[in-house]
Design a protein. Structure first.
Lengths: 568, 131
C-alpha cells in the first residue's frame, strides 16, 4: 500500500518536474526573443537619434567637407572602427581626411587611402590618383609599433545632386567586423545628408538664378565684393558705366582703374567695411555717365560683415536737364543785367559830368538809356509770356481781321532796319485770303520775331514774307537769303532749354525766347510752326493759322464726316 | 596817356564804359569780337585790355588764353569785364592770367575806371596807407 502510494507520488513529482522543466525552457526562450527585440528597438532608437543629431548638426550647411566631418565624428556611438576617412573632390585637388578612433600605423592609413582612390576612380571611371592631394590626419596618435593589417572596411559614396563628390570609408583592424547592417546605417546617414545638401543647393541655385537675372537687368550698376575687396558680382550696367567691355571677365582692379583719378574705390570700400558705414558720393563724372555712388557694407543675419555692395546710379539725364536749366537761368540773368548795366552806368556818368559833357553826348546817353529800358521791358514780357505758356494760362484775343494788312504793316515797320543793312524786304501775299478770326497782336509778335531774326542772320539779299491758303489753313512764310541753320540745330530751335555756346549767346539779342514764344502763340491758335533751312542758302520759317477759330482737333473734318455717311 | 583795348560786343555797354574812360583821359580802341581783338593786337600794344567773356566768333577765355600764350602780348594786364561772373569763369580767368575780374552788375563805369587806374599806376610804397 505504501509502496503504491510512494510510486504514485513519485510519478506525480516526476511529471510535475518535467512540466516545470518544459515550462522553464519555454519561458527562457520567450525571454530571449523579447530581449533581442528590445535590443533591436534600442538600436533603432539610437540610430534614429544619431541620424537626427547628425541632421541637426548639418543644419543648413552647404559645406560638404563640414558635413563629412560631422558624420565621421558621430559614428562612434553606432559601431566600432579604427578609422573614419573621407575623400572629397575639390576644384583641382583631392582632400583626404582620416580621423583615428584607435591608434594605427602609417601603412594602415596608406592602405585605406589607396583602396578609397581605387574605388573612387572606378566609380568616376577616371584615374584620379595623379591629382594633387591634401591630407589631414586627426584623432588619436599614430602608433608605428602596432603594424596591424587592415582587417575590414567599407566605402560609401557621397552623391550631391546626382554627382559623385567623394567617399566615406570606415575601417578596422579586426577582421569580418562589418556586415550589411553597418553599411546600411552609414549608407542611410550619408544619403540623408546628401539629400539635404542637394535640396539646399537646388534652392540656392534657383534663388541665385533669380537674383542674377534681377541684378543683370537692373538699370543701376551693381558691384559686390567680399570683405577682402575681391569682386563677387558685377552687372552689365556697372560695366557699361565704367567703360569695361561687357564680355570681359572683370576684376576689382578694372573697377579701380576705371575710377582712377576721380575716386579711390578700393580705399572707400575698405573704409565702408572697417567703419561699417555707408559711403555716399553725390556726383561723379565718368567718361559717358554722371553717377551717384553708394557703398554699403553687407552683413549676414548675425551681423557679421560679409563684404560690400557698390550701387552706381545713373544721373546723366538729370544732370543734363539740371545743366540746361542752369544755363537758361544764367542766360536770363545775363540778358536782364545787360540793359540795367547800361542804364545804371550811363545815369552815373551823366550825374558825375552833366555840366561838362557836350550836349550831343548827353542826348546820346539818354537815348541809349531809353533803348535799354525798352529792351528790358521786352525781355520781361518775354519771360512773362513764357511763364503763361508753360502754366497754360496763355489766352488769345481773337478778332475778325485781315492777315494781309498785318503782314504789310510789319513789312513797313522793318523796312528801315532792312534798308540799313542793304537788304530788300517784300510781301508775297495771295489776294484770296479772306478776313478770319485770329489774335492780331500776338500774330504780329510772331511776325516781329521771324522778320527780325531773318534780318539779323542775313547779310546779302532779301527777306520775303508770303501768305497763301492751304486747305483749311493760312500758310505764312518768312524766307531769307542768310546764313541758314545747321541740320542738327533745326530740331532744337524752338526749344526753351537749348544749349548755346558763349558766341551764340552773344549773337542772340534778347532772351532768345522769341521762337519759343512764337511756337506757343501759333499752337494756341491750333496751328503749326516750323523751319526749312540750308546752310549758306537761307531759311524759311513757316506757320499756319486755321480758319476755324477753335482748335481743329475738337471738330471732325468735313471729309471725315461725309465719308462716315453724314450729310453736311 | 594810357591806351586801352576794349573788347565788347554790346554797343551800348561799350558806349557806357567808354564815356567814363574817355572822360578820365584814356585812349580807347574798340574790338567787337574775339577775332577782331586778336587781329588788332598784331598791330599795336595797348597798356591794358578790358575783355568781355561772351563774345562772337571767339569767346573771351579763348582770347585771354591766346594773349597770355603769345610772347608779344602776355605782359599786358587783362581785366575781365563781364556779366557772366560764374565761379567757374572767375576761376578759369585767373588761372589763365587775368589781373582782375569785374562783374558789370557790381561795378559802375566810375568804379571800373578806378580799378583801371589802380592797375596802370600802382601806388608807390610811400603812398601806401600806414597801418
Amino acid at each position: 500500500m505504501w509502496l503504491l502510494l510512494t510510486l504514485v507520488l513519485f510519478f506525480f513529482l516526476a511529471t510535475s518536474f518535467t512540466f516545470v522543466l518544459i515550462f522553464y525552457k519555454k519561458a527562457k526562450k520567450a525571454e530571449q526573443v523579447l530581449s533581442e527585440r528590445e535590443q533591436e528597438l534600442t538600436r533603432r532608437i539610437y540610430e534614429t537619434s544619431i541620424l537626427k543629431e547628425i541632421g541637426e548638426r548639418i543644419g543648413y550647411s552647404l559645406d560638404v567637407a563640414n558635413v563629412i566631418e560631422i558624420i565621421c565624428g558621430s559614428l562612434g556611438k553606432l559601431f566600432s572602427y579604427s578609422t573614419a576617412s573621407s575623400i572629397l573632390l575639390s576644384d583641382h585637388k583631392i582632400i583626404f581626411k582620416c580621423v583615428l578612433e584607435e591608434s594605427v600605423d602609417k601603412v594602415f592609413i596608406e592602405n585605406i587611402k589607396h583602396k578609397m582612390l581605387a574605388s573612387l576612380s572606378a566609380l568616376l571611371n577616371e584615374d584620379i590618383a595623379e591629382r594633387e592631394m591634401e591630407e589631414v590626419i586627426s584623432g588619436t596618435v599614430l602608433d608605428e609599433e602596432k603594424q596591424h593589417p587592415l582587417g575590414s572596411f567599407f566605402n560609401i559614396p557621397l552623391v550631391i545632386e546626382s554627382q559623385i563628390v567623394g567617399l566615406i570609408n570606415i575601417a578596422s583592424e579586426k577582421q569580418g567586423l562589418y556586415k550589411e547592417e553597418e553599411m546600411t546605417i552609414l549608407y542611410r546617414i550619408t544619403a540623408q545628408a546628401s539629400d539635404a545638401i542637394s535640396k539646399l543647393q537646388h534652392v540656392l541655385k534657383t534663388e541665385k538664378g533669380k537674383l542674377d537675372s534681377m541684378v543683370s537687368s537692373m538699370a543701376d550698376g551693381v558691384i559686390m565684393t567680399d570683405k577682402d575687396t575681391k569682386l563677387l558680382v558685377v552687372n552689365p550696367k556697372a560695366k557699361e558705366m565704367l567703360g569695361i567691355s561687357s564680355d570681359k571677365e572683370a576684376t576689382i582692379f578694372d573697377m579701380v582703374d576705371a575710377l582712377a583719378g576721380k575716386f579711390d574705390l578700393r580705399t572707400k570700400i575698405e573704409e565702408s567695411i572697417k567703419k561699417e558705414k555707408e559711403v555716399f558720393i553725390e556726383e561723379l563724372e565718368l567718361a559717358n555717365f554722371a553717377i551717384q555712388l553708394v557703398i554699403s557694407p553687407v552683413r549676414d543675419p548675425q551681423g557679421a560683415i560679409l563684404g560690400s555692395v557698390i550701387l552706381l546710379h545713373d544721373i546723366t539725364s538729370q544732370r543734363d536737364v539740371e545743366r540746361l536749366r542752369e544755363d537758361f537761368t544764367a542766360m536770363v540773368v545775363h540778358d536782364l543785367r545787360a540793359p540795367l548795366t547800361v542804364i545804371r552806368g550811363t545815369s552815373e556818368t551823366l550825374m558825375l559830368h552833366l555840366k561838362a559833357l557836350p550836349r550831343e553826348k548827353t542826348t546820346q546817353s539818354l537815348s541809349m538809356m531809353k533803348e535799354e529800358s525798352e529792351n528790358m521791358l521786352a525781355r520781361v514780357s518775354d519771360l512773362l509770356d513764357l511763364s503763361k505758356l508753360e502754366s497754360g494760362k496763355f489766352e488769345l484775343l481773337r478778332e475778325r481781321s485781315s492777315l494781309s494788312s498785318l503782314i504789310n504793316e510789319k513789312i513797313e515797320t522793318f523796312r528801315d532796319v532792312a534798308t540799313a543793312k542793304k537788304l530788300g524786304i517784300l510781301a508775297n501775299v495771295k489776294l484770296n485770303i479772306p478776313e478770319f478770326e485770329f489774335d492780331r497782336i500776338r500774330t504780329g509778335q510772331v511776325l516781329d520775331n521771324l522778320i527780325s531774326n531773318a534780318i539779323k542772320f542775313t547779310d546779302i539779299g532779301k527777306i520775303t514774307v508770303g501768305a497763301k491758303l492751304e486747305g483749311n489753313d493760312v500758310l505764312v512764310t518768312v524766307s531769307d537769303t542768310g546764313v541758314g541753320i545747321e541740320e542738327k540745330d533745326v530740331g532744337m530751335i524752338f526749344n526753351k532749354f537749348r544749349e548755346l555756346t558763349q558766341a551764340e549767346r552773344s549773337a542772340q539779342r534778347g532772351t532768345g525766347l522769341g521762337l519759343v514764344i512764337a511756337k506757343g502763340i501759333v499752337e494756341a491758335h491750333g496751328g503749326e510752326i516750323g523751319v526749312e533751312s540750308k546752310v549758306g542758302e537761307g531759311s524759311t520759317f513757316y506757320f499756319t493759322l486755321p480758319f476755324n477759330p477753335l482748335p481743329k482737333r475738337r471738330f471732325f473734318q468735313r471729309s471725315q464726316l461725309t465719308s462716315a455717311g453724314f450729310q453736311v | 596817356m594810357a591806351h586801352i583795348l576794349f573788347v565788347e560786343d554790346d554797343k551800348n555797354i561799350f558806349e557806357t564804359y567808354q564815356l567814363e574812360l574817355l572822360w578820365q583821359g584814356y585812349k580807347i580802341t574798340h574790338a567787337s569780337d574775339g577775332v577782331e581783338a586778336l587781329e588788332k593786337l598784331k598791330n599795336f600794344k595797348p597798356d591794358l585790355i578790358l575783355l568781355d567773356l561772351s563774345l562772337p566768333k571767339k569767346d573771351g577765355l579763348e582770347v585771354l588764353s591766346e594773349i597770355k600764350g603769345n610772347e608779344k602780348t602776355k605782359s599786358i594786364p587783362v581785366i575781365i569785364l563781364t556779366n557772366f561772373a560764374t565761379d567757374q569763369n572767375i576761376h578759369k580767368a585767373f588761372e589763365l592770367g587775368a589781373v582782375s575780374f569785374v562783374a558789370k552788375y557790381s561795378f559802375t563805369p566810375a568804379e571800373t575806371a578806378a580799378k583801371v587806374k589802380a592797375i596802370l599806376n600802382p601806388p608807390s610804397p610811400t603812398e601806401l596807407p600806414k597801418e
